[in-house]
Design a protein around this ligand. Structure first.
Ligand SMILES: [Mg+2]
Length: 113
């Protein structure tokens, strides 16, 4: 088994189903899950809304979170090799770095995955 990686995905401006739409497709999200990565969303949207969104698209994510509480996600999934947050704003970058996540913009996705 390869490196165990957690991907925390912002929604708006990051995912194709965001508002505004971003560059990461649901197919790419499914591929991460199929590869054995821990995958979920971390957004300003309320938790219930994020759950409903993933259910609507039939994607079994491992977590939904508020982006300012990425520390909770990290403590819920301990001892992984990498913790990555992908988002489209400086706010994403700040929270990611504050909570010990690597940060990437969505346009960089192909170079990390
Ligand atoms: Mg965003």
């Amino acid at each position: 088994m390869g490196a165990r990686i957690l991907f925390s995905l912002d929604i708006d401006g990051t995912l194709e189903i965001g508002d505004p739409a971003g560059p990461i497709t649901l197919t790419q999200v499914r591929e991460l899950i199929n590869r054995g990565c821990i995958v979920g969303s971390a957004s300003d949207r309320v938790i219930a809304e994020q759950r409903t969104m993933w259910e609507k698209h039939g994607i079994p994510v491992h977590f939904v979170a508020q982006k300012h509480r990425l520390d909770e996600t990290r403590s819920n999934f301990q001892h992984l090799d990498r913790y990555i947050h992908i988002g489209d704003t400086e706010v994403d970058k700040r929270y990611a770095e504050m909570h010990g996540f690597e940060f990437f913009y969505p346009q960089e996705f192909c170079s990390i995955a």
